[in-house]
Unconditional design. Structure first.
Length: 128
């Protein structure tokens, strides 16, 4: 797309026209590129078995949501409705960890999280 403006006559009008043109191009490009952007609520979670049968993967009433950003990132949470609520964990500085009840196979899941310091993320290309 090529634009030409004559700034000698009405400079403010030309600048306003340029701004409106750029804004409309930006808005139309955003609207076209990402109809998936937004927050979505989980309404079902199934798995396909080797024999072709579809069954529930997180119980009869799974909970969850996914957030898609215009930059191509996403955040996803899926869990069973009957999942135990978080009660407590160990907090050591910026690290939080906890264990939950053993799984049917006897393994014990241990979750370890590190607090994000958003002020450090403002200048970094990735929050680590």
């Amino acid at each position: 797309m090529t634009f030409q403006f004559n700034l000698k006559g009405n400079r403010y009008g030309a600048i306003a026209a340029l701004a409106m043109t750029l804004l409309s191009v930006s808005v139309s490009a955003s609207a076209q590129e990402a109809p998936i952007v937004g927050t979505w609520i989980l309404t079902g979670a199934e798995k396909l078995l080797p024999d072709g049968k579809r069954v529930s993967d997180y119980g009869p009433n799974p909970h969850g949501l996914v957030i898609f950003t215009a930059e191509g990132y996403y955040s996803l949470q899926i869990y069973r409705a009957e999942r135990s609520r978080f009660a407590s964990g160990q907090l050591k500085g910026d690290e939080l960890s906890w264990k939950v009840a053993a799984r049917p196979d006897g393994s014990v899941p241990i979750t370890i999280l590190r607090r994000v310091k958003w002020r450090d993320c403002m200048t970094a290309t990735r929050c680590v």
